[in-house]
Design a binder for this molecule. Structure first.
Ligand code: PMP
Length: 461
């Protein structure tokens, strides 16, 4: 058998991939016919594929490569940690320096009294921790019947059994008999698609008040927590109208319901602050983090836990944890990533340079005949495709048909831009420069123009 390297022809790599590799969120039968794109290396905001194409990664991988690709000091820290202590666990009354140091650093960076860290491998399993943690919290407080968690339709909280259950993706629930019992949903604050004739503010308030109605329906004495992303990411970069989160928090406080804020995407600079909770003035009892914590260089996630919750948990043995909770290499890499973010002023770069510049250029795309709204917070942005701007109308074709056409034109023009239904989304590395933003926008516009021609040819608008 040939050794598999970057030097094998693309078709050969694709054939072996199709024979043996099952891809996440993919119809492998279809992909096998077509062949997967083979990425071979990356630097800064650019990927290189096996055909030698240089692709601008407008998604920072899966919303995670915040400091950009190819950082040598991270590689060195990982190698050093692997030589010194490649693995040890944090069960059985044991700890180690990388886990201690990262926990202290996270407590310092996180807002409010989120002073405690429970480590996971990524976002999904951190949310699994959260399900068990909030239920254990209430059981320890003598209210074990408080076990319902309220979430939102079109939320994304991961793809484990727990993460899928917390998420509001109906297509995911359909596979595997989910959600698990004790998860309830309210509608999302997506004014563009669902707001009708209401103003965004009226609509946001109405959607937030669904939480109170749901609490009353379930019974306040049965509700443990509410979970939400500050800005729905995988749902299409949906930004709630002003006033929405204030009302959600008022209701959580009124009924003494824990607030879990899922910052897997919005954490670590994405919105121009360390956390989306700072941008949107949220006061979580538990925060989920992953992705940007290590800029995706190694898998790591965590639940950041408030004094209030940690004090109660400290009264019992919480029978939960992963072999790799607080993995020393992952913790060392995350610490180095946070050091780089601080010392290189990456959050300031987002806040003062990249986000304002991208916002200006992104909003200019609203003049395109197929673009209904443009939304952006920090360096996460979306635009809605529509055949009729004034009516905010959807296309007559199945949702996602037009989005997929534009995504394919985007890939063909060497820009990774994703579609969620008929919304296009971007989330580039935080280190992106103004020149690179110009290139991103030029390619996005070209994808829209070419997509528009195809849409008209196919009679889709
Ligand atoms: N929560 C949110 C908000 C996410 O966006 C994601 C991943 N896209 C997850 C949880 C799941 O994280 P992971 O894929 O690391 O398990």
């Amino acid at each position: 058998m040939n050794k598999i390297t970057n030097h094998l022809p693309t078709a050969e790599l694709q054939a072996i991939d199709a024979a043996h590799h099952m891809h996440p969120f993919t119809n492998d039968g279809e992909l096998g016919q077509k062949g997967a794109r083979v990425i071979t290396s990356a630097k800064g905001v650019f990927l290189k594929d096996s055909e030698g194409e240089e692709i601008l990664d407008g998604m920072a991988g899966l919303w995670c490569v915040n400091i950009g690709y190819g950082n040598d000091s991270i590689a060195e820290v990982a190698a050093r940690q692997m030589r010194e202590l490649p693995y040890y666990n944090t069960f059985f009354q044991t700890t180690h320096v990388p886990a201690i140091a990262l926990a202290q650093k996270l407590a310092q960076l996180a807002p409010g009294d989120l002073n405690h860290v429970f480590y996971a491998n990524g976002g999904s399993d951190a949310n699994d921790t959260n399900i068990r943690m909030v239920r254990t919290y209430w059981a320890e407080k003598g209210q074990p019947e408080r076990d319902v968690i309220i979430s939102r339709w079109n939320a994304y909280h991961g793809s484990t059994i727990g993460g899928t259950s917390l998420g509001g993706m109906k297509g995911m629930h359909g596979q595997g008999s989910l959600p698990i019992p004790g998860i309830e949903f309210i509608e999302q604050p997506n004014w563009y698609a669902e707001g009708g004739d209401m103003t965004p503010e009226e609509f946001g308030l109405a959607r937030a008040q669904e939480l109170e109605a749901k609490i009353n329906e379930v019974g306040a004495d049965k509700v443990a927590a509410f979970i939400g992303e500050p800005i729905q990411g995988a749902g299409g970069v949906i930004v709630a109208p002003d006033g929405y989160w204030a009302e959600i928090q008022r209701i959580c406080q009124k009924y003494d319901i824990l607030l879990i804020v899922d910052e897997v995407i919005t954490g670590f600079g994405r919105t121009g602050n360390w956390f989306g909770s700072q941008t949107l003035d949220l006061k979580p009892d538990i925060m989920t983090v992953a992705k940007g914590l290590s800029s995706g260089y190694v898998p790591i996630g965590a639940s950041l836990v408030s004094d209030k919750v940690a004090e109660v948990l400290a009264g019992t043995e919480f029978n939960h944890g992963y072999t790799y909770s607080g993995h020393p290499v992952a913790c060392a890499v995350a610490l180095e990533n946070l050091r780089i973010m601080e010392e290189e002023g990456i959050i300031e770069h987002v806040r003062d340079v990249a986000a304002p510049y991208l916002a200006e250029k992104w909003h200019e795309l609203a003049d395109h005949p197929m673009v209904g709204e443009t939304k952006i917070v920090g360096l996460m942005a979306s635009l809605a495709l529509t055949p009729d701007k004034d009516a905010r109308a959807p296309f007559a074709s199945d949702a996602g048909t037009v989005g997929l056409i534009v995504r394919e034109r985007s890939f063909a023009n060497n820009l990774i831009m994703r579609h969620v239904g008929d919304r296009m989304v971007i989330s580039p590395p935080l280190v992106i420069t103004k020149d690179e933003i110009d290139l991103l926008i030029a390619r996005a516009r070209k994808a829209l123009d070419e997509g528009y021609e195809i849409v008209k040819e196919k009679g889709l608008m």
